[in-house]
Design a protein around this ligand. Structure first.
Ligand SMILES: [Zn+2]
Length: 1007
């Protein structure tokens, strides 16, 4: 008996010890080595378990590293998602030494040494299943399954994991942007196909296709950087990750169709992003967790035709969203009838609807105002009240239908838009602007028939457009859906695009993102100008929002066609999404007597006042005598919308996911290359870049404890970079800025200096200009052009104050041209002097600098009290820089023959680079890296590097094919700023040159 008690005690003790091995919640790590085939290769598993929530039921997600095997930043990003959405995340760290490429990306299918095929239990995925079993045991989870996600090399791992391994546990797999694929193709050898893998049978492939796998691609992942595999077999899959993914996906569907196998693969195309692991991971979360939204549609045949509600659901599913739907419809019914219908009211009372969609009879909201108020607004109001009662967290969405009266289409459409938008505003609902999207397609693409034969109900195309407007409104995120409702792909994608552009370009108009600025403030401080404009946005009804690119192009083309002798409308090339970037040339760059000016706008896609301002300028130059006078003295290159892909969706970044104003020297985006090439060819003497800024910054709340915004209409951002010759800086910040300021003032507009707010020790500071001035303002100045850069008060205002904003941009542009014409001699001599100074090699180079502490009076608007006030802020002034590290200017820089890529980037920026055909020897200064710091935070898809160096003089032999950059050239200042290794705008900083601590840089100075 005693022995039994003892034995029991031991058992309990053991159980107790076991229970003690529970994984603590929060962030942690454990080492797993219990699976015999991998016992010699222990794996550290980093994880995060949310502190609150039910651990037993939380989903479990395994995330796999990229080729860098960096788990730190992955964990940091995934941890936030895990906490927010309550799931556990595990990141096994497969270090490079123990798990080289064949064991990781290729999951250990083959033994790397003897090329034998490994049995299932020795392949890496088997180990992951075992880690999952351990996690279940030690976390208290009752989940029977787990999900897997990998991006890039991690995506390759997941792709092959699912092909070669039959896990009993994986419930869902998301493959993010792999560089290349193993096709289930028996005519190619592994790793590109499966010919030499005997256990992959047709049955394996059938199963593979049936698995719930999601392929996540990025439309911006089109850059062929050095990590991309470039073997002939990989190249045969496509020339970049986006193309390869699409080919792979099409291949799977093709073999599924050939064999009549079910294929459960889905493809999601993420927009506005490139090869970005954490960004893509974040977007994969809702797809994996499958949070479902619920929508109740109330309407008539317009909602019922072509099974619209099912279409919305299928489309949502193809973009990774779950949607539950219910429909209450009766042919020809009005909202008034619905408001008295027990079935409709019961449906609303079901509750937990995220969206209740209301659609009235197609003609009712277009009738006279008084009637509409009584018979449309009232029942809408009562339905909305019931929705609020039973679904307080939900939203009422008005389904704005389309005009269909053949004779009076425009008026009918206008009335529908007014009524639906008024209801939307009154009830603080959202609007699904189908009628506006409809109108746009009628104008832009009349070959698409949106109406049915009765010219009232929607055709298949019409209904598909409606479905897309709803998906855009519900999920508010750009997408490419793979559900086409039986339409040809090209047509379906076009309809998808138009619906999204309409919704995303005017979210404040549809009340999806209400404007931050109260109407009283707008009325009191920001009235619209008296002048009427017929430019693309201002020339159309307010209800239709911002001009589309089509409308801007049409406007410019009409003007150009009327004045063939004065202007040429051309393009500087195509964006990654296939849009031509328009440019207008007034004159040529070779007219010696005319001063050359460059103006660009819309470098950030969500700053639409700039493009509108340039349209005003074009109209002024071509249609007024004053404009004609200016054109006698000036030749102008004008790029109205520099970031076309961004403008289409009203997003800041480019189609490839870059901030183009932060891409001035690394030139990572193809659009930057096109812009620089055109700039270089025009070789301007004066340049202007027009932006908009966000006046509503949270930091300003520190001032009064209430919502406060910057007041100025325009902020100037001159560059204080010390490598820009002082003469150029004085012309830019003095003469040209001051004249522009006067022009604004004369029209009642306020201006000031640009700054970004910064909070230190609970005090608000202004960072005037920018210490690391990575913007056109600096770039233009370094090319010895007089440089103006303005920010108009606009972001966050949507379509509000639009004439005012655009007019500000126009006034500055016009003033710049007038000042240029009036002071052309002074400008020319200033530039000549600066160029001479740069070429002489006498001035030193400022490599790094410190800003000066000053004060800056700033005018603000108190949004609550509706009053203006001025506050003086402590300021770090980058317009008054003090040089820190100063170097003598060399005669030339030499780059070795291995630096062709860097040499090409310099050339693209307009710097003359000579290639030396034969070997030579020279005494040079070389840089040894004595300090090295890589940023831990990703910035523009790189981790910027800060170095310190020691210079050593030595005699060095260079082989044939080296590059020489002589500094007796116009763009010498740009060259030194890019090539000095410590420079904040430089090639080393932006990883155009890769280096390490203790290494010699491939940049040499020749004195
Ligand atoms: Zn901007």
């Amino acid at each position: 008996m005693k022995r039994l008690i003892l034995l029991l005690a031991i058992v309990f003790l053991a159980a107790g010890l076991r229970a003690a091995a529970v994984l603590p919640v929060g962030e942690g790590k454990f080492t797993y080595k219990d699976y015999p085939p991998f016992a010699d290769r222990p794996v550290d598993v980093h994880y995060y378990i949310p502190a609150s929530g039910d651990v037993r039921r939380m989903p479990i997600v395994f995330v796999f590293e990229g080729a860098d095997r960096g788990y730190t930043y992955l964990l940091k990003a995934w941890k936030q998602e895990a906490e927010k959405h309550k799931f556990m995340v595990f990141i096994p760290h497969f270090d490079l030494e123990r798990f080289p490429l064949p064991d990781y990306q290729e999951i250990g299918v083959m033994d790397d040494k003897d090329h034998t095929i490994r049995p299932a239990e020795k392949r890496t995925p088997a180990l992951v299943d075992k880690i999952f079993e351990y996690v279940r045991q030690s976390s208290g989870s009752e989940r029977k399954e787990y999900m897997i996600y990998g991006h890039s090399a991690g995506g390759q791992f997941v792709q092959r994991f699912m092909l070669f391994h039959d896990s009993p546990y994986v419930e869902k797999a998301v493959i993010g942007s792999p560089g290349w694929y193993t096709f289930p193709d028996a005519s190619q050898d592994f790793p590109y196909g499966v010919r030499n893998i005997p256990y992959v049978t047709p049955e394996t492939i059938r199963k593979y296709l049936a698995k719930p796998i999601i392929l996540q691609l990025a439309t911006g992942d089109t850059i062929r950087e050095s990590y991309l595999r470039k073997t002939p077999e990989a190249e045969a899959q496509g020339c970049n990750r986006y193309e390869r993914g699409n080919q792979f996906y099409q291949y799977l569907h093709r073999i599924a169709a050939e064999h009549n196998w079910p294929c459960n693969w889905q493809k999601i195309e993420e927009q506005g992003i490139g090869h970005h692991s954490t960004g893509m991971g974040r977007r994969a979360v809702p797809v994996m967790l499958g949070d479902s939204l619920r929508a109740l549609f109330i309407g008539n045949s317009y909602t019922q035709y072509n099974r619209l509600v099912r279409q919305v659901q299928a489309l949502a599913a193809s973009t990774g969203h779950k949607l539950s739907v219910k429909l209450v419809e009766h042919g020809g019914w009005t909202l008034k009838k619905h408001a008295a219908n027990p079935e409709t009211l019961d449906a609303i009372r079901e509750g937990t609807w995220d969206f209740v969609i209301l659609q009235d009879q197609s003609k009712a909201p277009a009738r006279e105002k008084e009637w509409v108020r009584e018979n449309v607004y009232k029942p809408a109001h009562s339905l909305d009240s019931l929705r609020r009662l039973y679904n307080p967290k939900g939203k009422t969405v008005f389904y704005m239908t389309w005009g269909h009266d053949i004779d009076t289409y425009a008026e009918m459409q206008q009335r529908l838009a007014e009524s639906y938008l008024e209801m939307t505003a009154q009830l603080n609902a959202w609007c699904a602007p189908v009628g506006i999207a409809w109108k746009r397609i009628r104008t832009e693409n009349p070959s698409i028939t949106l109406y049915n034969d009765d010219h009232s109900h929607p055709s298949r195309q019409g209904s598909y457009l409606v479905a897309n407007v709803f998906c855009s409104v519900f999920f508010q995120k750009p997408y490419t859906g793979t559900y086409y409702a039986g339409l040809p792909e090209e047509e379906a994608l076009y309809l998808q695009r138009i619906a999204q552009e309409i919704v995303f370009s005017n979210p404040s108009l549809w009340n999806i993102q209400p404007t931050v600025q109260p109407e009283e403030v707008t009325r009191r401080f920001y009235p619209e100008p008296e002048q009427q404009y017929s430019t693309p946005t201002l020339g159309k009804p307010l209800e239709e929002g911002l001009a589309s690119l089509f409308e801007i192009n049409r406007y410019l083309k009409d003007l150009a066609d009327k004045h063939p002798g004065k202007v040429t409308l051309s393009d500087i090339g195509k964006t990654p999404q296939g849009r031509d970037i328009p440019v207008l040339y007034f004159g040529t760059p070779n007219e010696k007597k005319k001063i050359r000016v460059w103006i660009q706008a819309g470098l950030h896609g969500n700053e639409p006042a700039g493009p509108e301002a340039t349209c005003m300028l074009v109209d002024y130059l071509l249609n007024t005598p004053e404009g004609a006078e200016l054109l006698k003295k000036i030749s102008l290159a004008l790029v109205p919308v520099a970031n076309m892909d961004g403008y289409a969706m009203q997003i800041r970044k480019s189609g490839s996911g870059y901030d183009l104003n932060r891409d001035q020297s690394k030139l990572a985006d193809p659009v930057t290359l096109l812009l620089k090439k055109a700039y270089k060819e025009w070789n301007p003497e004066i340049a202007l870049d027009i932006h908009e800024f966000n006046p509503f910054r949270k930091e300003f709340e520190l001032l009064r404890g209430t919502k406060v915004a910057t007041a100025a209409d325009v902020l100037f951002l001159p560059s204080g970079h010390l490598n820009i010759p002082a003469g150029i800086r004085t012309l830019s910040n003095g003469l040209f800025r001051e004249e522009a300021e006067k022009a604004l003032e004369a029209n009642g507009y306020h201006s000031g200096f640009y700054f970004t707010p910064s909070v230190r020790n609970d005090s608000l500071y202004a960072m005037k200009d920018a210490k690391s001035p990575q913007s056109s303002s600096t770039f233009q100045g370094l090319t010895n052009a007089v440089s103006l850069f303005i920010e108009i008060r606009g972001i966050g205002l949507g379509r509000a104050c639009f004439a005012r904003r655009a007019e500000c941009g126009f006034l500055v542009s016009r003033s710049l041209l007038e000042t240029a014409a009036l002071h052309s001699k002074e400008v020319r001599s200033g530039i000549r002097k600066a160029a001479k100074e740069a070429c002489s090699g006498k001035s030193d180079i400022s490599v790094t600098f410190q800003s000066t502490r000053t004060e800056l009076p700033v005018t603000f608007i108190d949004l609550t009290k509706n009053e203006r006030f001025t506050e003086t802020l402590l300021t770090f002034d980058a317009l008054q820089l003090k040089a820190e590290l100063v170097r003598k200017r060399p005669k030339a820089y030499i780059l070795p023959d291995t630096c062709r890529m860097q040499a090409e980037k310099l050339r693209a920026l307009g710097i003359e680079v000579e290639e030396i055909g034969k070997p030579f020897t020279a005494t040079v200064e070389k840089y040894m890296v004595t300090g090295y710091k890589k940023a831990t935070k990703e910035w523009e898809k790189i981790y910027p590097v800060t170095v310190s160096t020691r210079m050593i003089k030595e005699k060095k032999s260079f082989p044939a094919g080296c590059f020489i950059i002589r500094l007796s050239q116009k763009n010498a200042n740009l060259a030194v700023t890019l090539l000095e290794p410590e420079s904040v705008n430089g090639f080393v900083n932006f990883e155009v040159f890769h280096t390490e601590l203790g290494k010699e840089l491939p940049i040499y100075r020749k004195n």
